[in-house]
Design a protein around this ligand. Structure first.
Ligand code: ADP
Length: 542
């Protein structure tokens, strides 16, 4: 028998309609590239998004057209999130930190037709514009007064002129919820960028899931400050979840240093934020250096790479801020799991709780997760056995954009490329990325564990552990360390620091100190570059 409920498609525009009607007066605050702070309300954002939807029509953007953005987190970017997807076109967020050659390749591959950009990125665009084969119009996301006096870009339009020139009467069209809504390329940390095409349905389901209390835990009483960029995996869904629940939104623009972020958190009374560990490293350093306190921040979402236990302790013990350590990928929209506690953890002391929270966590409803051996057989959830992490669910990738021939799936599961264990309570712990795994004498050594120990040393700012060739063991771990400014530690001191904290044979064979550990475009340590750099490093013979 068929159900008799309404068959309403899940569309991104419905988030906007809801936010306008029920949270119309809620504020959206943005630090602009023009240098000032901009404030308005959801209802203004909705009206301007409708103007923009009309404007997109005037630029020949039709359903299915790909519209690129090269922009920071800000209200104009948010308007594009809703206007582009709302009309049935595809919002393609480009990562401006990519190499210009890669940017040009991605924009051509995606066939971006219109490209919206923040003024910061004009020079990059000018350098690649002659190579862009499909872009017909560039739109500078600014007002007339700040338009560049001269540019080599052909056909540049002013964003505010576009909005002003169009009516705010627009009916968001209703279409199949499986229509594409946005497109994001993987950051290419471990290979060529690949396009992940999200649908309205996958986005809405992810939004419902992400807003749940054990994950983003958002409500109309929250002030959300997304540090994670809107150009990478839709800022982990925060623009959508905030709109769904009517939370105040605060956008940091280009100012992502510790001082600027701290001041914005305090001034706007942010209660929740999300970002990668390297961003929090800088924020915590600033706060600790100046003896500052957070007066409003309640929760911090940390993911993208493992949250070092020392950072977890610093937020939780030092500042009384709850950490939501989450795991996900571009291919998974991204949120799949988070390490929030269960009732049974209530009686534990903070150390034991932090031990649970340092894991990558348990899945949210909608995501299925398991670990397998190389032959694809399921491995036990005993918290010890490591295997290939595979996931499936309605917001997990089925195929890469424009690659219909090769399905990445294995038996209907998406292989994440991560190596993990899962404990009997369902808490997953990443040991490594399969490409970063160190294999010594046929046994795995978890580089994340080794990095976490090093990063709990007071002199260490950042640490990466890589495998380097070894005549007897094939590979042995080498620790690459960046010290905190003005602090130092010797090689022997650091190696001694491992005693009792890990299996003895895991102890790195050597330590090298570097000025800066190279970071990728989404703030992750670029281990592939370090492997190239230290390939011929001679380990001391014991
Ligand atoms: P890219 O794959 O290009 O680096 P993604 O942002 O999609 O870009 O990265 C996803 C990967 O990031 C995951 O497969 C995993 O290796 C890593 N990752 C994400 N969150 C965590 C986490 N909490 N702990 C450890 N690794 C993480």
């Amino acid at each position: 028998m068929q159900g008799l409920m309404m068959d309403q498609p899940l569309l991104v525009s419905s988030l906007l309609r809801h936010a306008e009607r029920h949270h119309g007066s809620q504020e959206i605050v943005s630090r602009r590239v023009e240098g000032d702070i901009h404030r308005y309300a959801y209802r203004d954002m909705a009206a301007r998004s409708r103007c923009l939807a009309n404007a997109l029509g005037s630029l020949n953007v039709a359903p299915g057209t790909v519209v690129g953005t090269l922009a920071w987190n800000g209200y104009r970017h948010l308007e594009l999130y809703f206007a582009v997807s709302g009309t049935g076109a595809v919002l393609h967020t480009l990562n401006p930190r990519l190499h210009p050659d890669q940017l040009a390749w991605i924009a051509n591959h995606a066939e971006d037709q219109v490209l919206f950009f923040d003024l910061t990125f004009l020079p990059i665009l000018e350098s690649i514009a002659p190579r862009l084969k499909t872009v017909t119009t560039f739109v500078a996301m600014t007002d007339r007064a700040h338009m560049p006096a001269s540019t080599t870009l052909p056909n540049v339009v002013c964003y505010e002129d576009l909005v002003d020139a169009h009516d705010d009467r627009y009916e968001w069209p209703v279409f199949d919820e499986n229509t594409a809504s946005s497109l994001c390329y993987t950051s290419g940390t471990t290979g060529d960028p690949k396009g992940v095409l999200y649908s309205h349905r996958s986005t809405l389901l992810h939004t419902y899931g992400a807003a749940l209390p054990d994950f983003h835990n958002l409500s109309a009483r929250d002030v959300v400050l997304p540090v994670v960029p809107m150009f990478h995996v839709n800022a982990w869904g925060l623009p959508y979840t905030a709109s769904m629940v009517g939370a105040k939104l605060v956008f940091p623009g280009a100012a992502l240093d510790g001082k600027s972020l701290y001041e914005l958190f305090e001034a706007e009374r942010a209660t929740f934020t999300c970002g990668v560990p390297t961003v929090w490293q800088a924020l915590l350093a600033h706060v600790e250096q100046h003896g500052l306190k957070f007066h409003h921040l309640k929760r911090v979402g940390i993911g993208g790479s493992a949250c070092p236990p020392a950072m977890l302790a610093s937020f939780e013990r030092g500042h009384g801020i709850d950490v939501m350590h989450g795991w996900g990928m571009t291919e998974t929209s991204p949120l799949c799991s988070a390490s929030t506690l269960k009732l049974q953890h209530d009686g534990m002391d903070l150390d034991q709780q932090l031990h649970v929270k340092a894991k990558q966590g348990r899945v949210l409803f909608g995501v299925d997760m398991k670990i397998t051996d190389d032959a694809g057989a399921d491995l036990p959830w005993d918290g010890q056995t490591s295997g290939n992490l595979v996931v499936r669910g309605p917001w997990v990738l089925n195929r890469y954009f424009k690659n219909t021939e090769n399905s990445p799936l294995q038996d209907g599961w998406f292989p994440t490329g991560d190596v993990a264990s899962i404990d009997p309570e369902g808490y997953m712990q990443i040991t490594d990325r399969s490409k970063d795994v160190i294999k010594s004498g046929g046994e795995w050594i978890g580089s994340i564990d080794l990095e976490n120990v090093a990063m709990s040393h007071p002199a260490v700012d950042m640490a990466a552990c890589i495998g380097v060739p070894h005549p007897k063991w094939d590979e042995r771990p080498l620790l690459v360390v960046q010290c905190k400014p003005g602090k130092a530690v010797s090689r022997d001191e650091l190696l001694a620091f491992y005693a009792g904290k890990i299996a003895k044979w895991w102890t790195p064979d050597d330590v090298v100190f570097v000025e800066r550990i190279p970071l990728g475009t989404t703030g992750k340590m670029l281990k592939s570059q370090l492997r190239d750099q230290f390939r011929s490093h001679r380990l001391p013979t014991v």
